[in-house]
Ligand binder design. Structure first.
Ligand SMILES: [Zn+2]
Length: 341
């Protein structure tokens, strides 16, 4: 199917919240990883979300160019074309964008969507994340409100973050003193500011001890009940229509019972990056170890072209990542729920 349009994406999110499942939102950095996600979603009959980070966009633009917006556009254009070959819906997002990168990442991407819409074409992306979690709440929400007003005009969905996801992503490390647990007061304030006069769709990454990356068991203390407290507070204050669409960041390596509890409280999008990176690289390592004297020209030998052709191991990596996507849709209960039926 083509990339989900605004109405279809809203329907996806509604169905997820109502059905207590979430879509995997998988970071991609190349055609190969994007194709892996499409294949995995199709295999599991799940709709889903493909997303590009600032670092992923920079990488995709080429090491000599390092233009994060350019790389994100290239990946998105590929997904628009390739998604038509798969019987599922996919939405396109961008991941964490801190305030100091808005001008060089989100801004040119929104401009591109505005240009396309003026020409009668579909949006480039379905939504963008603004991560103002390192700012004081008021500044975070001031920027979010401005973005929401602009996004609304182009049917773009805004994702914000209140509280701080621990760990490190894309080289950005959360401070040790960061607020790893959101409070209902903070999310209420977000709801108040973002609903004031607008009514546009937004997604909320509320933190409950989640951490980017994967850590050994026992290192991460998740408290999904915080999400329930935030939902109860917002519904009590502003009514059912204000109930959040929540995003679970730093989901890689989480215990299944914590994931399911979070889904029960309205998580509709779960970002999965680290586990996908591992699934992809794992089989490449395997290929290289098994074919050591094929991928390398050892002791004056000539190696084996079939082994060192990048397609040999990238196709295997694509397949392994697609299988990991299938597993993610099972864990998130989105398998078999595609709107294609
Ligand atoms: Zn994140």
């Amino acid at each position: 199917m083509p990339v989900a349009d605004y109405a279809q994406y809203c329907e996806m999110l509604d169905r997820a919240r109502q059905g207590r499942f979430a879509y995997p939102a998988i970071n991609v950095t190349s055609l190969t990883t994007a194709n892996a996600v499409l294949k995995g979603l199709a295999d599991s009959k799940s709709d889903g979300i493909i997303q590009v980070s600032t670092g992923g966009g920079s990488f995709a633009s080429g090491a000599g160019v390092k233009d994060m917006a350019l790389g994100a556009i290239s990946i998105a254009e590929h997904v628009h074309r390739a998604a038509e070959r798969y019987p599922i819906y996919v939405a396109l997002h961008t991941d964490h964008c801190q305030a100091d990168k808005l001008d060089t990442f989100v801004e040119p991407l929104v401009k591109e969507t505005e240009r396309r819409r003026a020409a009668g074409q579909p949006n480039l992306f379905s939504g963008h994340m603004f991560d103002g979690s390192a700012l004081p709440l008021k500044e975070n929400l001031d920027i979010a409100v401005t973005l929401l007003e602009r996004f609304k005009k182009s049917q773009l969905i805004l994702e914000i973050e209140v509280g701080v996801v621990g760990g490190e992503e894309d080289g950005v490390r959360a401070s040790a003193a960061a607020k790893l647990y959101t409070t209902p007061e903070d999310t209420l304030e977000a709801a108040r500011r973002l609903h004031a006069g607008s009514g546009a769709r937004y997604l909320l990454a509320a933190t409950f001890g989640n951490v980017h990356g994967v850590y050994k068991p026992g290192q991460v203390k998740l408290k999904p009940s915080i999400l329930k407290d935030c939902q109860d507070a917002v519904v009590a204050a502003f009514g059912e229509a204000a109930r959040f669409y929540l995003v679970f960041h730093g989901g890689s390596g989480s215990e299944l019972r914590d994931i399911h509890e979070a889904l029960d409280y309205g998580v509709v999008k779960m970002n999965v990056d680290t586990d996908m990176q591992y699934a992809f690289t794992r089989v490449i390592a395997d290929h290289c170890f098994r074919n050591f004297d094929g991928v390398l020209r050892v002791d004056g030998d000539v190696g084996n072209k079939k082994a060192y052709d990048p397609r040999a191991y990238l196709a295997a990596a694509e397949k392994a990542m697609a299988a990991r996507v299938v597993r993610a849709t099972t864990e998130l209960r989105s398998a078999g729920t595609t709107m294609m039926h």
